[in-house]
Design a protein around this ligand. Structure first.
Ligand code: SF4
Ligand code: SF4
Length: 127
């Protein structure tokens, strides 16, 4: 009996790498790339939001109205809402908020409003 390494070496000795050849993209189906392929430009080729319709606004919390229940944090998919144990209130990270408005619709204290993004210097030119 031979070892796995010996068996592997015996099998690999029977084959040799094929030469590479350039073929049109349409003829490449089923073939294997001989080297990595890198895109020559970004797609889309311009700065864009990942979600159409978002990003024109951003949320803001009215501190006096917020009771710190944190219900809004539960629904923000972007992790844009932060809770402060010292103030017992939440605040919005303006750089992470996409303005989807889901948090606002959930706030029973009506403490969240949406404003134009371009009014916030920290967030105006992010995308
Ligand atoms: S849901 Fe409203 S009241 Fe509750 S933490 Fe969020 S902003 Fe504050
Ligand atoms: S508006 Fe959307 S992205 Fe911004 S804090 Fe609320 S849930 Fe998060």
């Amino acid at each position: 009996m031979i070892s796995v390494d010996e068996a592997l070496a015996a099998v690999l000795n029977l084959v040799a790498p094929l030469e590479t050849e350039a073929v049109p993209l349409r003829a490449a189906n089923g073939r294997v790339l001989s080297k990595s392929v890198t895109a020559q430009r970004s797609q889309p080729p311009f700065a864009a939001s990942s979600m159409d319709g978002y990003a024109l606004r951003r949320a803001e919390v009215e501190p006096d109205a917020c009771v710190g229940c944190r219900e809004c944090m539960r629904v923000c998919q972007f992790g844009a809402i932060v809770y402060s144990a010292s103030t017992i209130k939440v605040a919005i990270d303006q750089r992470r908020c996409y303005g989807c408005g889901i948090c606002r619709s959930l706030c029973k204290k009506n403490a969240i409003r949406l404003n134009d993004r371009n009014r916030v210097p920290a967030a105006a030119n992010l995308w």
